[in-house]
Design a protein around this ligand. Structure first.
Ligand code: 6R9
Length: 663
């Protein structure tokens, strides 16, 4: 931008910094899927029948007669006697409507010259072939098929092939270790594995089959493995084992196959998704066919404002729940075009995402705060190089977003024209729970928003009493919803213990779901999620959210990212330790440290003042991008370090340790 505009820019920046609420543009509201504010009351009055509208977004083989069965709460059933097939709903019915030549999946490979497009017709062909091939291998209804695949089209294809024949899938994120794969396959008694030879990461070919094989070595029961050849000649020349088949060979035998979609009961398992809990053993979250699909379709429609003619892009990995719900099931159920990207945002250049948005005329972008903070750190020149005017809506998910990052996203990516939906939800929830509806709600940066229509969420104290506006408490959900997990796989007791024990009163049959997140609520009923309650600090008897402190620190000029943990402290019980990454062009010096301390004091109070500020180039992160606070706590307390094997960047730990010790 020319020098003349610089003053204007500064003024704009200052105005944005002060503005704490935003309205969607009239233009957006006019075209929004949901724009009548009456929807909240309507859902309230008709609950639980209000969810019929979600079920109506699907085609049922057999209509349900009861929306909710709460007889055996908290083992709720939704649309319990209805019957349907998820793959039919995500593919066939769009073809029957004459939309077979419209694009279902636009796949963008990491190598810039590699792309693949699947129309609904083509997706139908490939899914049917794959379903026939899986049957030939012996996959039967209700057999759990494990997928250990990166972001290649064969992943959603295999998922939908399973859905077609009524075999639940269990997708293990490709970045997870061999151990993680083995644990999950054993836990689910899964006899089938779909994996690949390798994939690309920032230009390098990674050997994936080696990892898969290592995992398989630890699985005692018999298994059959299908291997997708992703790398071709650049592969590692693995010979396939006795129980391993090449995917292309396998499906070639089934060209033109048509597999009748298997009619499933609404409550039949669609998939399992393992997620980490407070204990070491991962939890097998069970999602079902009817409620889950209805809920993801409805939220994709209402929150992400997806229409069939859109080109919608969620940049998550399908290995996580966000990818399941909002790359595969929700968007395809609505018959839109879902973009799928194999690579990282900074390869080959830091403008890769913006290049894709421009090339494909992406209409919605759904990403994570951690990515947005990286974009901020890299600078606005990268998005500025591209025409992003096709964008209509922006979304974020995965962790709290601080107002500064929200505003940066709103301004530099959305050009102040796109509503931003900050969606709070969890693997267990299946879909969005707390967020504004983009065509209705005032947006308040930093606050996810009110619970969605039909969702009853509260912020309570340890006794389950609602807290006053502005006070921190615990988020609870006191009514079931269609997308909820039904149980933890083969572990009903743990299901009750983990989610229902804390706040329910089984004697009076009052069941309250506890997500283990801290939150606060304002006078308008907007919920700000403060983060997992296992991350709450107790400093001199005061409860402080690490997320709240981090948000304050990230709000300081010169800070790109921060993680806060509690370190043991003789006087205070716990003290605040802050690990901080600086923005390019800023030094981690005494001035910045003072700025951070002042920033925290300003935002929260002297009680939250960091005891120590450690500047670092990187934070230890899990492969899903979440900061490993526990390790930072161990460093702060100079304790022996916990397990670092699941880190994306294990080397960073010793570097940080040294800095702490030198301070
Ligand atoms: C979808 C997903 C769930 C946890 C959840 C919370 C955090 C997710 C958030 C958010 C604040 C948001 N979280 N979205 N916190 N604002 N918009 O991320 O599922 O991987 O199971 O994580 O993520 O702490 O409890 P999952």
């Amino acid at each position: 931008m020319a020098g003349d505009n610089e003053d204007e820019d500064v003024q704009l920046e200052a105005r944005l910094a002060e503005q704490d609420s935003f309205e969607p543009s009239e233009e957006f509201v006019e075209q929004a899927n949901v724009s009548d504010p009456g929807i909240y009351e309507e859902f309230e009055e008709n609950w639980p029948d209000c969810w019929e509208g979600a079920a109506d977004l699907l085609d049922w083989d057999e209509e349900y007669t009861e929306v909710l069965d709460d007889e055996d709460a908290p083992f709720y059933e939704w649309f319990g006697d209805g019957e349907l097939n998820a793959a039919y709903n995500c593919i066939d019915r769009h073809i029957e409507e004459g939309r077979g030549d419209e694009v279902a999946i636009d796949w963008v490979g990491e190598p810039t010259d590699e792309t693949r497009t699947y129309t609904y017709d083509e997706l139908y062909e490939e899914v049917n072939q794959t379903a026939a091939a899986f049957r030939e291998l012996g996959v039967e209804e209700d057999d759990v098929v494990t997928m250990y695949l990166p972001m290649i089209p064969e992943l959603p294809i295999a998922m939908l092939a399973c859905a077609r024949i009524g075999a639940p899938h269990s997708v293990v994120f490709a970045g997870f270790s061999a151990d993680a794969l083995a644990t999950r396959m054993k836990s689910a008694d899964s006899e089938f594995l779909i994996t690949c030879d390798g994939y690309y990461r920032r230009g390098d070919a990674l050997d994936h089959l080696e990892k898969a094989n290592e995992g398989l070595d630890d699985v005692d029961h018999d298994t059959t493995t299908v291997v997708v050849d992703r790398l071709g000649e650049e592969g590692f020349g693995h010979d396939l084992g006795e129980d391993q088949l090449d995917y292309a060979d396998l499906i070639a035998d089934h060209e033109g196959a048509e597999v009748e979609p298997v009619t499933r009961n609404a409550e039949d398992m669609l998939f399992l998704m393992y997620t980490s809990g407070t204990t070491g053993e991962p939890k097998g979250v069970k999602h079902t066919t009817g409620g889950y699909l209805a809920y993801t379709a409805w939220t994709t429609h209402a929150v992400l404002d997806v229409k069939p003619e859109d080109t919608y892009w969620c940049s998550a990995d399908i290995g996580w729940i966000t990818g399941h719900s909002y790359i595969v099931y929700g968007p395809l159920a609505l018959g839109t075009t879902s973009v799928m990207y194999e690579g990282t945002p900074d390869y080959p250049e830091k403008d890769r995402l913006w290049e894709i948005v421009e090339d494909y005329d992406v209409t919605q972008l759904y990403t994570a705060p951690t990515a947005i903070r990286a974009f901020m750190k890299w600078g606005e020149e990268y998005p500025n190089e591209h025409d992003l005017s096709s964008l209509r809506l922006l979304g974020t998910v995965g962790e709290p977003i601080n107002p500064r990052a929200w505003k940066w996203y709103y301004k530099h990516i959305g050009d102040e024209e796109c509503p931003v939906v900050d969606t709070w939800w969890q693997t267990e929830n299946g879909g969005h729970m707390v967020t504004t509806l983009p065509g209705i709600g005032t947006m308040k940066p930093g606050s996810a928003g009110p619970p969605l229509p039909g969702i009853s969420a509260n912020v309570v104290d340890t006794n389950g009493e609602e807290v006053e506006a502005g006070r921190a408490g615990y988020l609870t959900i006191d009514r079931p919803w269609p997308g909820m997990l039904r149980t933890l796989y083969k572990n009903d007791d743990r299901f009750i213990d983990e989610y229902w024990r804390e706040y329910s009163d089984p004697d009076s049959d009052e069941w309250v779901y506890f997500p283990e997140d801290g939150a606060k609520i304002d006078e308008d009923g907007y919920i700000t999620v403060l983060g997992r309650v296992d991350d709450v600090l107790n400093v001199s008897g005061h409860r402080l959210g690490t997320m709240e402190i981090e948000s304050a620190i990230v709000g300081v000029e010169g800070v790109a990212e921060a993680a806060v943990v509690g370190g043991d402290h003789e006087m205070k019980g716990e003290a605040v330790y802050a690990y901080v990454i600086t923005e390019d062009g800023h030094e981690g010096d005494e001035d910045l440290r003072k700025g951070i301390v002042a920033g925290v004091e300003d935002a929260i109070g002297p009680i939250a003042r960091p005891e120590q500020v450690v500047f670092t180039d990187e934070l230890p992160k899990t492969r899903s991008g979440k900061i490993m606070r526990r390790l930072l706590e161990d460093i702060a307390n100079e304790e022996e370090l916990g397990d670092t094997s699941t880190l994306r960047n294990p080397d960073v730990v010793s570097e940080i340790q040294q800095r702490v010790q030198n301070d």
